[in-house]
Design a protein around this ligand. Structure first.
Ligand code: HEC
Length: 156
């Protein structure tokens, strides 16, 4: 009887268009979308690494840093409640630790830090100082690691 009441309430809520945000998309899809976006960030880091020693390649670095900067702004929204690795194991592919939601402010600050270091890279690679580009790249990897070390479980 209770389950039936809940079902009816959910059907009514859906009918009114009040679907809770976390249910608007399947949690597995939320997980897979954010991994795809993280991989785009990884690809952009690879392009910066390849191009960091040539002034003539600074435009490619600006492009890659811009992708990272835009994604960094969106990171906090990729982690709705209920999509951690316990709730949504997704065959062991979900690496989002519950700590993300226990320390969401710290997690969001790590995303902000990536946003800041990538913004600096856009500005620096807009110029012709190649040493400054290489120095800035050294700050980008740690911005990933700072978040992964606390909030991402080890990849197999
Ligand atoms: C604010 C936290 C945060 C920052 C900053 C961050 N990541 Fe991630 N990243 C995560 C989390 C959490 C996961 C696990 C996602 C999941 O499985 O749900 C992840 C997953 C990934 C993956 C996917 C691994 C896989 O195959 O499952 C890649 C690649 C990646 N990150 C690259 C990067 C790179 C490169 C940077 C820096 C330029 C970066 N990330 C910055 C939190 C972050």
């Amino acid at each position: 009887m209770k389950i039936r009441t809940l079902t009816l309430a959910l059907v009514a809520a859906a009918g009114l268009g009040i679907v809770p945000l976390a249910l608007a998309q399947s949690p597995v899809k939320v997980h897979e979308d954010r991994v795809a976006k993280m991989k785009e960030i990884g690809g952009a880091m690879g392009r910066i690494n390849q191009n960091q020693k040539e002034v003539s390649a600074h435009p490619q670095i600006v492009a890659a840093a811009t992708l990272i900067n835009n994604h960094a702004k969106a990171i906090p929204g990729w982690f709705p409640a209920g999509t951690d690795l316990v709730a949504v194991p997704n065959g062991g592919k979900n690496h989002s630790k519950v700590e993300i939601w226990q320390a969401k402010a710290e997690f969001d600050a790590a995303a902000k830090n990536l946003e800041a270091v990538s913004a600096d890279m856009i500005r620096i690679a807009g110029g012709t100082d190649n040493n400054a580009v290489q120095e800035q790249f050294k700050k980008m990897g740690p911005a990933c690691g700072a978040c992964h070390s606390k909030f991402r479980s080890p990849l197999q």
